[in-house]
Write a protein that binds this ligand. Sequence first.
Ligand code: HSE
Length: 316
Amino acid sequence: MPEKDPEEIRVFAPATVANVACGYDVLGFAINAPGDEVVVRHGTKPGVHITKITGDGGKLPKNPGQNTAGVAAMDLLRHLGMTDRPVEMEIHKKMPFGSGLGSSAASAVAGAYAVNKLIGEPLTKRQLLPFATAGEASADGAWHADNVAPCLLGGIVFIRSNEELDVSQLPAPANLWAAVVHPDIEILTKVARDILPADIPLGNATQQIGNLGGLLCGIIQEDYGLISRSIHDVIAEPRRQKLIPDFYKAKRAAMAGGALGFSISGAGPSVFALCEGEGTARHVADAVSAVFTAVPLSNQAYVSRINPRGVHVIDV
Ligand code: HSE
């Protein structure tokens, strides 16, 4: 006998670091915290209804068509021919907007994943990718899965094609840690995308492709030296660093503290360092945090292994 659909599902969707320096729009990884939570339950009125949003400072619309979690959930139900299925949704934001931590992606993933669970899991996690990507695209107007895919699947995810959502999960080296620091300013992804050039010189493209290939090989071969030599971004970072106070000071502090590499997390303002070992990651996080504190900018630091799990159900 099929199991009865659960009454209520609460899910956690983790923060993600997109781009990972040289993989603009095509590489990302998940960390353990922070992350957003979404609760769904069977409703009484047809369609998706967002009944409660916390942690957003009143900024997010409850209209599900204007909300990444709602768009992802509705897109999924439309695909399944279940547009009228009554669903109530609560969104609990646990990370800031415009932070470079994949906040809108986390809500989109949580929305699609939670509703899929509520209705008896007709699709696999991987099959949810287009709906979660559509949810995120509704926020920043661009179609890229470098936050959504690692948030959904966990681990380090490489995207060969965003159009086809052809994604591969890479095994994370056992001792690879991330230090992520979020300075308290907001950068709109759209603004950070608009300052990038439409065309890039062939020399820069060649460098970037070499570094991306090197980073993927370094991850697969657990070669920390190769990872370190590859974490360079000659395309987005030189333009976007202007939006982040004392970015290069923070980078120097991270590298002096033993980081393998350092760059902007997604569209910023968060920054990240990859490190070999937890001790180094903690030390680097403290060093970078001290730079922002001196600006002065309040900031939050997160130290995490690569999160292998992605979105998952948590206890109600
Ligand atoms: N790849 C995206 C960007 C991530 O850098 O604009 C931010 O959503």
